[in-house]
Design a protein around this ligand. Structure first.
Ligand code: GNR
Ligand code: NI
Length: 178
């Protein structure tokens, strides 16, 4: 298994639309394993293949407190969503440290293939419903801050740039002197 690099907003590659997976084969199962490792290492509750620069319809999730309930979905589609909506704060591994309020359907039903290639349906509410919608958006090239005002998005980009500059400076300072 190997952890993968997560693309950071506003990377243009986060905008790619993922293609349908033709067969759940060894390559896809390895991708799933690597994505789970990446998600757990980053303390996330979900990860879309788009975020690791693989533009195929694969997502992984684990909303359990114990981090031992992995869920892998191939070619997921929302087949039903409630008319009732809820608003809640979201974060994203591609925008570390940023939290913003987003409105989502309260409940969704998702049809997908599992890592075993078997078709399954997931009826979700609460955090799982939110996370599924967030991940399926990534597969369409969408990020949770897209619906915000352009002023807010500009501020977020500035904050992320500052974070990256500081991280780069810290890395230089802790590097051993030659
Ligand atoms: O780790 C994550 N937490 C989260 C919190 C609220 C709503 C959605 C999420 S998903 C996010 C991981 C991520 O970026 N998935 O794409
Ligand atoms: Ni995300």
């Amino acid at each position: 298994m190997s952890a993968l690099t997560i693309l950071r907003y506003p990377a243009a590659r986060l905008r790619r639309v993922a293609r349908t997976v033709e067969a759940v084969d060894a390559r896809i199962r390895t991708l799933i394993e690597d994505m789970l490792e990446t998600m757990y290492a980053a303390s996330g509750i979900g990860l879309a293949a788009t975020q690791v620069d693989v533009h195929e319809r694969v997502v992984v999730l684990d909303i359990s407190e114990t981090h031992d309930q992995p869920l892998a979905l191939v070619n997921p589609e929302i087949v039903w969503e409630s008319s009732e909506h809820v608003r809640g704060d979201e974060g994203c591994l591609s925008l570390p440290g940023i939290q913003e309020s987003v409105e989502r359907a309260a409940r969704v039903t998702v049809a997908a293939l599992g890592a075993d290639g078997q078709l399954r349906r997931i009826e979700a509410d609460g955090l799982l419903a939110v996370c599924l919608q967030h991940e399926l958006d990534h597969l369409q090239g969408k990020v949770f801050v897209d619906a915000l005002s352009s002023l807010k998005r500009t501020r977020i980009k500035t904050r992320l740039q500052k974070q990256e500059r500081e991280a780069a400076r810290d890395a230089r300072q802790s590097a051993p002197a030659l």
